[in-house]
Write a protein that binds this ligand. Structure first.
Ligand code: FAD
Length: 454
């Protein structure tokens, strides 16, 4: 039986360990935390909302346990603002299948225990390079899924595939409960609530299931330097992060202040602040002995949280790696094979990185065509208008960014999307533009813009 080691008990490492074990490999998992540590001492590494394609992989492995109790996310509700105090447009889209954001601490604790019950070896150990040498010598393949932990430095940056050389946003995440699980302004569905402020950054609220079984919200703030979202740098506790979040919401997204004001922290560790560089790494890590190990998940490719893609990316990368391992049969897991597995993943899934970066950058001309044409979408049940079809297509792209990402960078493709929905690509943009202009005029007169879903 071929032996495989996995370093790291996050989303990617645990899925890899379970999948490989189920396919008959002798798997050893190395984690720097016990299952109990995840529940008592650890911060969640992110919100980790996962869409249908990613959840399907977890279901195949018998690991999706929370779909009946967690709040199901049904779409996206977007306010797009060009400046503070003015709403430029709204987009309300629905997904065909729901998404789930399960507290990754609950997942790691549960999936680690299940791995042991299913007969795998689980070692609690902080793996150093020296120890990795020993592990690599004992195993046919060693997979490093250690997130952005120090051991990530073993894998050089992939210059050709990396877009950024500095972090793009200062991030804050606060997970809260005790408030409604819907919004008064669109009570008929439960979306992730996105607020884009072109010059300043973004904030979004994701339905989240906490490790204490609370139906909750994960609030994420993405601040551009020195702007009005950039107020979390000195935060030292969860309560302080929540107080700051309330201030920012009152100031920037007052439509959500009443909804948020009585929120409570899920637990004292349910928050994060900081920043990191989104980048792609070469997946082959060469140890001093010359042995090679392969990177997986955030260790290989970390994305800014803006598009809710990091954990989805990890799931898709893990599925691809497991398929490549199975196809390899008895041949060696050498460096060329390792590179080839990531090339295959990238060929199919590079749109994830492209879509995520699209959301970090100013709206493209092609993107304007799509957003203006969809203006009027409501996400109400039974709405099958062309506007709704485009809004739904935008939201569906979060599940599989191959679908619409290129249309955000190519005006001909964007017009084609509009034409497919409306039968014409000129009048829908004009009509959407007129609706937006009317809302601007109303706001200039000091009245509500009257946007759909507000
Ligand atoms: C604010 C925020 C919001 C996010 N929202 C979303 C979202 O909505 N949707 C989405 O898809 N993604 C989202 N993400 C990204 C997502 O959370 C991550 O991509 C995902 O959790 C990474 O999983 P991982 O298994 O690769 O790494 P990790 O979760 O970091 O797991 C790695 C594990 O390895 C352990 N480890 C590290 N070093 C060692 C060592 N030397 N020895 C042993 N163990 C080690 C760590 O302690 C950790 O337990 C978000 C991220 C942030 C920051």
């Amino acid at each position: 039986m071929r032996k495989i080691a996995v370093i790291g008990a996050g989303q990617a490492g645990l899925l890899a360990a379970h999948a490989l074990h189920q396919n008959g490999y002798e798997v050893s998992l190395y984690s720097d935390k016990t299952a109990d540590d995840f529940l008592t001492k650890t911060r969640p590494t992110g919100t980790a909302a996962r869409f249908h394609m990613s959840l399907e992989f977890e279901r195949e492995l018998g690991l999706e346990h929370w779909g009946d109790v967690a709040p199901r996310g049904e779409g996206v509700h977007l306010h797009f603002c060009r400046k503070k105090g003015n709403v430029f447009l709204t987009l309300l889209g629905r997904l065909d299948d729901y998404y789930l954001a399960i507290d990754v601490r609950l997942q790691s604790a549960t999936w680690m225990r299940e791995l042991t019950e299913r007969g795998c070896r689980v070692e609690i150990e902080n793996i150093t390079i020296d120890r990795l040498e020993e592990i690599a010598a004992e195993n046919d393949l060693s997979i490093v899924a250690a997130g952005r932990g120090e051991i990530q430095q073993l894998f050089p940056r992939d210059e050709a595939r990396s877009t950024y050389d500095r972090s793009q946003r200062f991030l804050a995440m606060v997970c809260v409960h005790g408030i409604p699980m819907n919004f008064d302004y669109a009570p008929y569905y439960r979306p992730v609530k996105f607020n884009f402020f072109a010059p300043h950054g973004e904030c979004f609220w994701v339905p989240w299931y906490s490790m204490n079984a609370q139906q909750s919200w994960s609030l994420v703030f993405e601040a551009k330097d020195d702007g009005p979202f950039d107020r979390f740098r000195d935060v030292k506790s969860g309560q302080q992060a929540l107080d700051r979040a309330r201030e920012v919401v009152k100031d920037m997204t007052p439509w959500d202040y009443e909804w948020l004001k009585d929120a409570e922290l899920c637990d004292e560790n349910s928050w994060l602040v900081g920043s990191f560089l989104p980048q792609v790494r070469q997946v082959v890590g060469t140890l001093p002995s010359g042995r090679n190990v392969i990177a997986l998940g955030d260790t290989a490719h970390s994305l800014d949280p803006i598009g809710g893609q990091g954990a989805n990316n990890g799931n898709k990368m893990t599925r691809n790696l497991v398929e490549c391992v199975l196809e390899r049969e008895d041949q060696p897991f050498d460096a060329d094979w390792m590179r080839g597995t990531f090339d295959r993943f990238w060929e199919r899934h590079r749109y994830i990185d492209m879509f995520n970066n699209t959301l970090l950058e100013p709206l493209t001309d092609a993107g304007k065509i799509i957003l203006v044409a969809q203006y009027g979408s409501t996400a109400e049940a039974g709405n099958d208008s062309p506007q709704q079809k485009i809004a739904d297509a935008f939201v569906s792209n979060f599940n599989d960014p191959i679908e619409l990402t290129e249309a955000f960078h190519d005006s001909d493709k964007a017009r084609q999307v509009v034409k497919e929905a409306f039968g014409s690509s000129f009048w829908p943009v004009l009509r959407g533009g007129l609706g937006i202009a009317k809302a601007q005029l109303l706001q200039m007169l000091g009245r509500p813009g009257g946007h759909p879903g507000t």
